[in-house]
Ligand binder design. Structure first.
Ligand code: FAD
Length: 310
């Protein structure tokens, strides 16, 4: 059975790998590839953020957490490490549903919470270094026999295959005329300094993060809805630094080494469903917002299940 996966971001490549592992013939068509995708800009921390519905994202997230942890242990070239982080909140909230599916979670004591916040938790989570992970995903796809083609798909109808898996991210806005897909702009800074443990405030309005990779720390962030600009902004840089300094006072601005910007493919709900058009099974898998990496393997497994059920 021939499957065409549209898109070579983290969603498309994860689906391609799962399908190849199951023995399907897979062709990937994409108009752009790593390192020019939002998937390359992802910070990337495993943490369900800006993605819905929660019942599904908790499940996809839990499945992805296990798989990322396994890859970190068994595939050193994938660039995945486990790290502790602390999430700070300005109000007391219900604990997240995913807390029982991860290796470490505890509520913080009051003397562990910086001034300005009143609640929080510590968690252990995979950090995915996308400059290693995206090449690793591409290489794994090729090793398994996946065929990769540069191709702009104007209409899913033009593809001849038994199954089409649509992982076009923000491109789905045009490809499927899905106006629910909107960008949520994110700007980040790279700094050559390690905070020890990650410090976070991941509410969209106050979004702050320090994500420690092995070679640098990623500082963020912004979550600007319906903002299509890929220009770096001085005002955003300053806001990010001020927010990070509030949770990490030792931050040394002289150690900044770079910055980047990307558009999260946001949607009111992730679209993961099947439809049949002209006798072809189409599985849509897009709109993962700020959690495309976090949900990637759980969604890929569900794509395979939908194909097998059909
Ligand atoms: C600053 C920032 C930080 C982030 N941090 C995190 C994080 O810590 N953790 C996390 O989980 N997520 C994070 N994200 C979100 C994450 O980057 C996205 O959710 C994820 O990359 C989306 O992946 P995707 O494969 O769906 O889309 P993309 O990476 O955009 O890939 C889409 C693919 O579809 C192709 N395509 C589109 N239209 C067409 C067409 N018509 N024809 C052919 N090909 C087409 C594109 O060329 C591309 O290959 C972050 C995002 C930003 C901006």
């Amino acid at each position: 059975m021939e499957c065409v996966v549209v898109g070579a971001g983290v969603s498309g490549l994860s689906c391609a790998i799962r399908l190849l592992e199951k023995g399907y013939d897979v062709r990937i068509m994409a108009k752009e590839f790593s390192p020019d995708l939002v998937s390359d800009v992802a910070a990337a921390l495993w943490y369900p953020f800006l993605a819905h519905p929660i019942e599904k994202t908790d499940r996809w997230g839990a499945e992805t957490y296990s798989e990322l942890m396994r890859l970190g242990e068994e595939e050193p070239m994938s660039g995945i490490t486990m790290r502790f982080g602390r999430e700070y909140l300005r109000e007391v909230v219900e604990l997240p549903g995913w807390r029982n599916n991860i290796t470490h979670f505890r509520v913080l004591e009051s003397d562990e919470i910086p001034e300005g916040w009143i609640f929080g938790w510590e968690f252990e989570s995979p950090i995915i270094e996308m400059h290693h992970y995206m090449p690793w995903l591409l290489q794994r796809t090729r090793e398994l026999g996946g065929i990769i083609e540069e191709n702009v798909v104007e209409d899913l109808d033009e593809i001849s295959a038994d199954v089409i898996v649509n992982c076009s991210g923000i491109g789905a806005r045009e490809l499927c005329q899905d106006t629910e897909v909107k960008p949520v702009r994110g700007q980040i800074i790279y700094i050559d300094q390690d905070p020890g443990f990650g410090r976070f405030d991941q509410q969209p309005e106050t979004l702050t993060y320090t994500i420690a990779r092995r070679d640098c720390t990623v500082l963020g962030g912004t979550a600007q809805s319906d903002d299509w600009s890929l220009e770096l902004r001085d005002s955003d840089r300053e806001t990010i630094l001020e927010k990070c300094e509030a949770v990490w006072p030792e931050l040394d601005r002289s150690k900044i080494i770079g910055e980047s910007v990307g558009l999260r493919p946001s949607r009111s709900e992730v679209r993961l469903e099947s439809e049949i058009v002209n006798d072809t099974l189409i599985i849509h898998n897009y709109g993962h917002g700020g959690a495309g990496v976090t949900l990637s393997w759980g969604c890929a497994d569900e794509v395979v299940s939908l194909i097998e059920e059909s």
